[in-house]
Design a protein around this ligand. Sequence first.
Ligand SMILES: N[C@@H](CCC(=O)N[C@@H](CS)C(=O)NCC(=O)O)C(=O)O
Length: 217
Amino acid sequence: MITLYGLALSSYTAKLRIALCAKGIDFVERDPPGGYRSDAWRAIVPTGTLPAIDHDGFLLAESEAILEYLEDCFPEPSLLPGSAQDRARARQLARLHDLHLEPRVRALFPLVRDPALRNTLPALASALDERVGMLERMTSPAHPFLAGPTLTLADCGFAVSLPLAALILKHLGRTLELPPRLLRWQQAALEHPAVAAGLAPWRVATEAWLSSAGVPS
Ligand SMILES: N[C@@H](CCC(=O)N[C@@H](CS)C(=O)NCC(=O)O)C(=O)O
């Protein structure tokens, strides 16, 4: 049995939930024991981050390590393409998400609650646009998904972070402009049943977070 420790509002939990749904793996979802960022949770997972999984007593954190572990334990359906080159490219894109794009989305979080920081929005939005442009250039026009004709682990993080960026920017009165290949990708990704299921609790929690922050002045 797999327990997914995470929270509805957590982007990386949603990334992993999408992968679990895509692989058709049965799982139960629980809040982290003791709560987010608690000492009790850090005693279980030293990084204190979400998500983590418990697979029959084996505990693992870090979403990429978890995705690779799930791929090893539950190879079908695979979330990696067939050739060594294509698999490497999928992993490269997944790292691009975690290391280069998601932090630029996360940098917008403080602006949601603190109007005093809104003067930093143009610089933060253009830093994000730069990373979106990088992703567009790394995406093939030949396929609807980022690393091939089907959903792979390369898609799971972006399928959360790009809609999140769009929602936050909209809340702050701006629009996330996606270039053509990413627009086509977004449509394919959001229509994928695993993405829809994986994002459902995250979307409710994110919309509640943004509306509780009030309308920015
Ligand atoms: N590299 C980690 C990042 C996970 C992460 O940053 N999760 C956020 C929630 S979405 C978190 O736990 N933040 C709390 C913290 O960093 O203390 C992964 O891929 O799992």
